[in-house]
Ligand binder design. Structure first.
Ligand code: SF4
Length: 245
């Protein structure tokens, strides 16, 4: 009887996970039940005024056990239309930047401070950030990444501020690595410009490229080597580490 009940339970849990995965389109890995609950709550959320104007909430995308997380400001038009983060022009540039750091988009988790689009892509408002932040906090605790890259000043100021680091300005803080404890997770934060900023202001392009190509790449390689320490042989690739750890 017991094995029968166990297998039935496992069967229904698996079916539930598959249905939720199909519904959310978020992950193809096995994630804790809490993970799906958070996504479900975001999908039904009416905690701030943005729920009235959004077409689709955008919870985020990527493995629930990603080692590196990217946090932007808020979904834009394309994201609102599709329910997926960073799929417009800025998203294409982000995918390009990931490649420069030796990363693939499918290996990292990408989300925003706000899960719903502000009308006309206006800046996030403080009450919206406060209302939405608990979802990001849950995501960070569940994913427990080793690195968070913040994209844009709202993400940088919010997460570094919550980690006890005083925000000064993007021009001073971008491309620096901060070792912090954020919401109970020990990790490194690298703030950088939002990819959309580089599209609007071409002068910023080499700056953000450098942050990814030099600073983030070196950090990812350092993590890869840490992960391999004590094992025989040399690391094959950065992704080899990310997949194994
Ligand atoms: S932005 Fe966040 S808090 Fe506001 S409705 Fe969307 S999910 Fe809820």
């Amino acid at each position: 009887m017991f094995p029968y009940i166990s297998l039935t339970t496992i069967y229904f849990l698996t079916i539930k996970q598959i249905l939720l995965t199909v519904r959310t389109g978020l992950t193809d890995s096995i994630c804790p039940g809490e993970w799906y609950k958070v996504i479900d709550k975001i999908k039904k959320c009416t905690k701030c005024k943005l729920h009235k104007t959004r077409r689709n909430p955008v919870p985020g995308e990527g493995p629930c056990n990603a080692k590196i997380m990217f946090v932007g400001e808020a979904p834009g038009g394309k994201e609102d239309e599709t329910g997926r983060p960073f799929v417009g022009a800025a998203g294409q540039f982000l995918t390009e930047l990931l490649g420069m750091a030796g990363l693939r988009r499918e290996d990292v988790f990408i989300t925003n401070i706000l899960k719903c689009r502000p009308p006309n892509n206006r800046d996030p408002e403080p009450d919206e950030i406060e209302a939405c932040k608990p979802y990001l906090v849950r995501q960070i605790r569940l994913i427990s990444p080793k690195v968070i890259v913040t994209l844009g000043r709202y993400a940088g100021r919010t997460l570094l501020g919550d980690a006890g680091v005083k925000w000064t300005s993007m021009s001073r803080m971008h491309g620096k690595i901060f070792s912090v404890e954020l919401y109970g997770v020990k990790l490194k934060i690298m703030p950088t410009y939002h990819p959309a900023a580089a599209l609007y202001y071409p002068k910023l392009r080499p700056v953000i490229v450098r942050d990814f190509k030099e600073v983030l790449k070196a950090l990812v390689e350092e993590l890869a080597n840490e992960g391999k320490r004590g094992e025989s042989g040399r690391p094959r690739t950065i992704l080899d580490f990310l997949e194994k750890s």
